[in-house]
Each structure stands twice: as C-alpha cells, then as structure tokens.
Design a protein around this ligand. Sequence first.
Ligand code: CA
Length: 227
Amino acid sequence: MRILVVEDDAGIALGLRTNLQQRGYAVDACASLAAAWTALCTEPFDLVLLDLGLADGDGGDLLLQLRHARKALPDPLTPVLIMTARDQVADRISGLNLGADDYLVKPFDLDELEARMRALLRRAAGRAHPLLVHGELVVDPAARTVLRAGEGVELAPREFTLLLLLLESRGRVLSRQQLEARLYNWQDAVGSNAIEVHVHHLRRKLGEGLIQTMRGVGYFIPQDERA
Ligand code: CA
C-alpha cells in the first residue's frame, strides 16, 4: 500500500515514514502543497496523510483541489486523513466538510493512526469485514497474518502487501507497473523482476494455483467461486 505523507515538520515526517515502512507500507513524504500536488498527479497513492499548516499554504486547499480534480488523477478516490495540532471543533468540521475521510489530532498514537488507516483502506476497497477470505485462505490485514487451511503462513512485508492488493482486486488483472507503484516509494531501487520474485514466493507458500499470470499483461487472483 502506497502512502503519501504531506507534512512540513521534518521530524514528524521521518517518524511516520520510518514507522509505516516497518509496518509494510511504501511511504513517500512531501513538505509542501506544490510537491504533494505533483506527487498526486503522477503516482497512484492508496491513502494521503495530510497536515493542515504547511509552509506554502493550508492543507485544506490541497483537499479542495483534490476533490475538484478527481477525474484527472491516477487514483481518483484516494482517501485523505487529516493530521493536525489544531484541535478545535471548528477545524475538524471544516476538514470533514472539505472532503477529508478522517481526522486525527497531534500528537497521536501510531497504533491508532494505523487502525484508522486500515479502516479507510478497507472502506476504499469496498470491504465491510476486516478479514479477507478466499478459498482456504484467511488474511487479517490488521494483524498481518495469513492462514492457509487453518495453518499460519509466514510472509515477508511486501509479499503480504502484494497478496492484499491482488485479493482486493480479485478478478482484475494488475500490471507489473501498477503493482510496483503500490509496493515501492521513489527512493526504492526496484529490480526489473521484483514483482515476479514476490509472486514466485507467494505461489510457493500459498499454492501454485492462487495467483494467475496473464502473459504480457500482469497478474490476478480469480474470483472465488465458492464464495
Ligand atoms: Ca505543519
């Protein structure tokens, strides 16, 4: 899952980035509205964490711009979570009125942030249930665990995220480029066969039939007929 952090406090941005990367997210950080807008116009982010008080303006303006320009963006429905020190009720209401999906007042607990992020990502993927079930697989995005026929399976963080992306788009083919864009940030050096390698590992751990290849197009997990 690719996250954009828009935050001009370098310490907070670094802390968020480090922590969320440890939790398996690909994170890019921008310190200004201008940089954030460029990022949103060029990359498909799954979620935006938006500070309101930024050096070149108010985060609310970015939100407004985002909500008005949806069709022009690579990922038009990206959820936005506002994080700000302004804890007045009026600010919260105006943030939500501008189209924010959630709101967190600084300083906040990282576990709470991640729980809210997961809820937004789940809602964006159209899921009400916190667990993903597919055939003999049960995937828990909160605990980052996978059960196959009741047995726990160990996955590396990016293998887990790749599985989640494919499960959430069941029946749809995702290209290597689409998957790379959601698994890696700008700084990551991505080997040309990185996705292939993760798919290979997932097949080995979860069964050869789970992830299908559409040659020259990409990968997909077919709809679960038993579901
Ligand atoms: Ca700020």
